[in-house]
Design a protein around this ligand. Sequence first.
Ligand code: ADP
Length: 581
Amino acid sequence: MKAFKPLEDFFIQNKWYYIFGIIWLLIIDAIQLIVPQILRTATNLLQEGKLTFSGILKYGLYIILTGLGIAIGRYFWRNYIIGTSRKLEYHLRKKLFGHLLTLSPNFFHTQKTGDLMAHATNDINAIRHALGMGIIMFVDSIFITILAIVMMIRTTNLRLTIIALFTLPFITIMVRRFGKVIHNRFRTVQEAFSQLTDVTQESFAGIRVIKSFVQEDLVIENFNKVNENNLEKNLKLVKISGVFHPLINFISSISFFIIIIYGGRLVILDIISLGDFIAFNNYLNLLVWPMMAMGWVINLLQRGIASMERINALLEEKPEIVDSDNAIELNSMKGKIEFKNVSFKYPTKENYALEDINFTIEEGQTLAIVGKTGSGKTTIVNLLLRLYDIKEGSILIDDVNIKNIDLKSLRENISYVPQDNFLFSTSIRENIGFAFDEPIDDETMIQSSKLAQVYDNIIAFPNKFETVLGERGVTLSGGQKQRVSIARALAKDSPVLILDDSLSAVDTETEEKILNGLKNIVKRKTTIIISHRISTVKDADHIIVLDEGRIVERGTHESLLELNGLYRYLYEKQLLEEKIS
Ligand code: ADP
């Protein structure tokens, strides 16, 4: 039960719902226990020939009234307890999602999305069942069991009761034995399901690659394998649950067998009345449910605990990058950026992605970083944005170590156009205004999209800025995507602008236009332009050339050409490529 500790706040906040729910539950249980007494009195009167027609009506009415009471009570406990368990599901999902968003990118590199989705659906559902129906069954079965046994003893005698309850411990033993196996099989079902979601998600995400490589059959075969595995694991669970429930039913029916024989004899011998016998059977009948419910409860609780443990493991996952205790807010960042002896390895890698990086960009200057793919260009940006933390060297902004700058204010002061140009499946307006809490104003939106040379494209869509992108919307070309994400960064208007290979998918002519449009903006901002295309970077104040994580050359376009090194080599290669194409 320790597993549910993180939900303590929720329980305290909602304790009255649970208390009212349980009170209603107990009221119904008490009413249920009256019914056999009504039957008992009616049967005894009937047997003695004392029951008149109006008497029958009276007892019939009592039974209807208890039925009505039970129905009303059920309505209330369902609302209080099941309703609260739905709120708990909402609360837990919100907590988990909010927590996952605080985690660093590295966490998402090491966790599969399918697993996370399974946690957010299956596990949270299992917790809801445990803390909704589970609680109801638990309270209900304990209360009914105790009271029914007391009533059985009072109505007949201790001996008959003990004989009737003879099978109870067997049910407990069965429940304990089966519970463990069910728990383990349920876990493998969860794993199989998350594998299934993984494969499905990846197949659709990679649909273009699959189709262009004509690998549909292979993907289907792969999917069939995990689908079969999922079926197999579920069937294994069904098999064990299939034995479990009928077995418990059978064991409880043995009680009835004994009671018919032994209790019937007591009636014949006139030790108990027929009414007592009927009431006793009714109580025994009432006991069958809690006996089975106990099995369910243990099942539900075990599943709930297993799921809660998995969710707790996620909730305990600490964000790798957090604010330091004395972090300061940068309200008006000037934009001087300095890397001092920075070396860095990704947590999952042995080799250095960057080694001994030193450079300074003064406020308002432009630094260009060129180099082959994989040379470490994006890593420099990842470190500046503190998506990863460095252990060797230091990175300073306005002479303050970025580890001492409030994370939110650090990132708010940097406009970033990422290499993958990720856009959300919402309207273009929402995408461009993503940095703002309020809807973006038209002027900023139009101005930034004009600067990014994407205004004309947007206006050509029937819904213009309200055009919805993504799976169920318009698919933009690679170049259009890049320009919308440039517009998104420009709308933010931060003192630092980073373009990470952001012009690679546009033609050189559009590139020229964008760069010209950006000239005035770039003058005001500290800018980092990453590119593998020399044409993009030639006007930068400083250019550094990266190779295998090291700065191998630095200077201006002209001085680098004179060096006759890697920069010149890349430049000439690109000139040649342009001529050929
Ligand atoms: P570039 O931007 O120049 O193409 P990157 O900075 O993306 O290069 O990558 C530099 C090196 O770091 C590469 O070897 C790449 O495989 C590795 N790398 C990049 N991102 C990660 C990551 N998240 N985890 C592990 N290794 C990474």
